[in-house]
Ligand binder design. Structure first.
Ligand code: GLN
Length: 471
């Protein structure tokens, strides 16, 4: 078996063959020359100070924490104290985070070194990272193509070798889509696994943090430091603190996988054939695979978007120029100030979602749209629960296509939403989902992603299946 690049790096850092300062300063140099627009900001001072602390600890001979000296990029929707938290929006361009997110505290406690913030679609709204108001990110494998979104900067950073790993966020596929388009690994854990304290919420009943890394081991190593309950986020689950890394290669016997036939409807044939090869590889390792019929999956996309619009419109109310957001010049009362600030500082997709979300949650329409959609989400959850009674994982493609050309879908919001058809089912049900590379598409020569969806709170099994399917 090939030595995981993350494992190799961890070993070099542990033995002192590579100092944390060397590791971090090499990355900082590379980030400063970044041609792909992966990073919004480099945390040079903070990173070097943290790296030196790790090296001093090694010199003293003490046991190093698990992520000691690894360089971590952070999606810029997550608070890092004293650094700009922009959500890639003009609205928050100058906003400085007053505290660290819980996930950030945990990474630093484990010795990880934050090297900078990565680009995203404005307020996480998008599937290709072309909606950032602050930077343009392109795919390092073909710079005429999109990087995927919304955590596109993180995936580009990993694919271009600008950091060891990243902390990202996935509401409807924002970890898995860019991981798939860039040929790297992304894991969105079960809802409630990682604290969302200090994360700018897009849709609070869907959002979840997770890693985008170069391999499964890298994702497992970061994830195991992040999981666990947090009194500051009441949705976090208590259990789950376990060693994912050391059990990674112990695929349990007799695992059962479901492959919904709907996952291949409308899927590009080049994507399908590579994904089917991954499924066969798992079969050859003893996983029992069964094709299933899951007609309710077709409701995932409307359920996702209607509820995300509603929750997003509510989350965005605080950006009014008074509580949060850019300054205003002319407004004389609350409505005119809020209107002025929002018109001038939010992009069209963000405005569209605020308007639609406000509309479907008004008193007149709530029953027909919002409440009905909540019921449909519940049905989807129940259907997944049935599937997981007789299966351990669900397998399929991550995205029905490979990375499209920059600009191809920017003018057509519906086309962009449709691209999420295979990632949103996991989010609607609060499940975990991950993407690993399945190979290069025969025609586009771009990476294809293989998706594994896991049972609630069974991240260990999910990671083992990913490791078994990894080349
Ligand atoms: N493409 C999805 C959306 O635009 C994903 C967003 C996300 O996961 N943050 O809603």
């Amino acid at each position: 078996m090939q030595l995981s690049s993350t494992l190799k790096k961890i070993q070099e850092l542990e033995s002192g063959a590579l100092s944390a300062e060397e590791n971090v300063s090499r990355f900082i140099e590379k980030i400063e020359k970044d041609k792909y627009g992966a990073f919004l900001e480099v945390y040079s001072e903070r990173a070097l100070a943290q790296a030196r602390k790790v090296d001093a600890r090694r010199k003293k001979g003490g046991k190093l924490p698990p992520l000691a000296g690894l360089a971590v990029g952070v999606k810029n929707s997550i608070a890092v104290k004293g650094q700009r938290l922009t959500c890639a929006s003009k609205m928050l361009e100058d906003y400085v985070a007053p505290y660290d997110a819980t996930a950030i505290e945990r990474i630093e406690a484990a010795g990880g070194v934050l090297v900078g913030s990565t680009n995203l679609d404005e307020f996480c709204c998008g599937s290709d990272c072309t909606r950032s108001a602050l930077a343009k990110t392109c795919n390092p494998l073909d710079t005429t193509r999109v990087v995927g979104g919304s955590s596109g900067g993180s995936a580009a950073a990993v694919a271009a070798g600008l950091c060891d790993t990243t902390l990202s966020e996935d509401t409807g596929g924002s970890i898995r889509c860019p991981a798939s388009f860039c040929g790297v690994t992304g894991v969105r854990p079960t809802y409630g696994t990682v604290s969302r304290y200090g994360v700018s919420d897009m849709a609070m009943s869907f959002d979840q943090l997770g890693p985008i890394s170069s391999d499964v081991l890298g994702s497992a190593a970061l994830l195991q430091e992040l999981v666990g309950s947090d009194p500051r986020d009441a949705t976090t689950v208590a259990a789950l603190k376990q060693d994912f890394v050391s059990s990674l290669n112990n695929l349990p016997n007799g695992l059962r996988a479901a492959v919904p036939k709907q996952f291949f409807e409308g899927c590009d044939p080049g994507v399908e054939s590579l994904v089917r090869k991954k499924i066969e590889l798992l079969e050859s390792k003893g996983v029992k695979v069964e094709e299933i019929d899951f007609p309710l999956l077709s409701y995932s996309l409307p359920v996702y978007y209607l509820l995300v619009f509603s929750e997003f419109a509510s989350a965005m109310q605080k950006y009014d120029g008074l509580r949060y957001g850019a300054d205003w010049a002319q407004g004389t009362n609350y409505n005119s100030v809020a209107a002025e600030v929002r018109s001038a500082n939010l992009g069209s997709e963000v405005k569209r979602r605020i308007l639609l979300g406000t509309y479907i949650t008004t008193k007149e329409f709530r029953g027909a749209w919002y409440s009905k959609t909540l019921k449909a989400r519940d049905l989807l959850r129940k259907e997944f629960a049935k599937v997981f009674k007789s299966h351990d994982v669900v397998l399929g493609p991550t995205m029905p296509m490979t990375a499209w050309k920059i600009g191809e879908k920017s003018q057509d919001p519906l086309q962009m939403y449709l691209a999420d058809i295979l990632t949103v089912p996991a989010n609607c049900a609060g499940l975990s989902g991950a993407s690993i590379p399945a190979g290069m598409h025969n025609k586009t020569k771009m990476p294809v992603g293989f998706q594994v969806i896991g049972k609630w709170n069974e991240e260990a099994t999910l990671l083992k299946v990913l490791a078994a399917a990894e080349d």
